[in-house]
Design a protein around this ligand. Structure first.
Ligand SMILES: Nc1ncnc2c1ncn2[C@@H]1O[C@H](COP(=O)(O)OP(=O)(O)O)[C@@H](O)[C@H]1O
Ligand SMILES: [Mg+2]
Length: 290
């Protein structure tokens, strides 16, 4: 991949990042009877779900249904009211933060960068879980940061202040930080937010490269149903505090479910590019009469 910051339009498949240099281990990650909420306000009620080891899972659902809440809890940031999140059979909420952060990374929905921090320094923070009291910054950390900057096409931005980047550039820098952490599992909350369509596809291609070449397990919240259908091995559809459906995209996307989960009438046809479901929304205007 080129290091130019906005080169997605000229990138082609041969520019695919060399993501084969790291081999990730697979782990089991599951929610069991998981209930989550804030104060007296329940958001998720008693859900069971499995993140498929070594695969890409897409989490979809309407605004405010609890997708971010779920990812926060899976990465130990929010304690369950009941139930548990198990990583290789162990509750993540009983694991030390640093130990968990060596295996599982989260890119939150709206991360906040320290004021004035440079891109290189922010991406370098992804290395924190790997540094102990005794072990200082090393060549391995330099390599991880260079790899992350390179694969996300943000190397040319390394010395820039994060504050002065465009939304799309900043989003790719956050993805770089998550990659620098080099965890076996990566949870991403709307990683394609702020990105134009070419960069959305570029990021999803990159994550797919990482998954296929190095075996990283990915679970991500996506809003674009059609990209979710293309890029995810498994879809988890959230509605009414629970899992409405979970499985392969070709089985999960039905017109009935889209109407139930999003309150949207649609027509679903095979995507002529990928063969996966293509959800075409039906609004009140601009519809051919039958
Ligand atoms: N920190 C918080 N304190 C109180 N309520 C919250 C907090 N974060 C989210 N919520 C509420 O929890 C619900 C689910 O939010 P969220 O998980 O962010 O939804 P989604 O990511 O699916 O859009 C919403 O009703 C939201 O207002
Ligand atoms: Mg959210």
């Amino acid at each position: 991949m080129t290091s130019a910051p906005d080169a997605a339009n000229t990138a082609d498949a041969s520019d695919a990042a060399n993501t084969a240099t790291i081999t990730h281990e697979t782990h089991t990650l599951s929610a069991q009877g998981l209930s989550l909420g804030y104060g007296d306000h329940p958001v998720i009620t008693g859900i069971d779900l499995d993140v498929l080891p070594g695969k890409v899972t897409g989490i979809i659902g309407a605004n405010a249904c609890g997708k971010s809440t779920l990812l926060k809890s899976m990465s130990r940031l929010l304690k369950p009211s009941t139930g548990s999140v198990l990583l290789d059979g162990r509750s993540v909420h009983s694991m030390p933060a640093k130990q968990l952060a060596q295996t599982l990374g989260l890119l939150p929905q709206s991360p906040i960068a320290p004021e004035g921090i440079t891109v290189a320094d922010l991406v370098g923070r992804g290395r924190h879980p790997h540094q102990g009291i005794m072990s200082r910054w090393s060549g391995v950390d330099d390599e991880a940061v260079a790899f992350a900057l390179d694969t996300t096409g943000t190397a040319a931005l390394a010395d820039r202040s994060v504050d002065e980047l465009s939304g799309g550039q900043r989003q790719r820098v956050w993805i770089a930080m998550a990659l620098a952490q080099q965890t076996d599992i990566l949870l991403l909350d709307e990683p394609t937010t702020y990105l134009d369509v070419a960069h959305q596809v570029e990021v999803l291609d990159l994550l797919t490269d990482l998954n296929k070449n190095s075996g990283i397990t990915i679970a991500m919240v996506l809003h674009d149903l059609n990209l979710a259908a293309r890029y995810c091995d498994q879809i988890v559809m959230i509605a009414d505090g629970g899992v409405e459906a979970m499985g392969v995209p070709s089985e999960i996307f039905t017109e009935e479910r889209v109407e139930k989960v999003f309150g949207l009438k649609s027509q679903i046809i095979p995507d002529p590019v990928s063969g996966t479901p293509l959800v075409l929304p039906i609004g009140r205007h601009r519809v051919l009469s039958a």
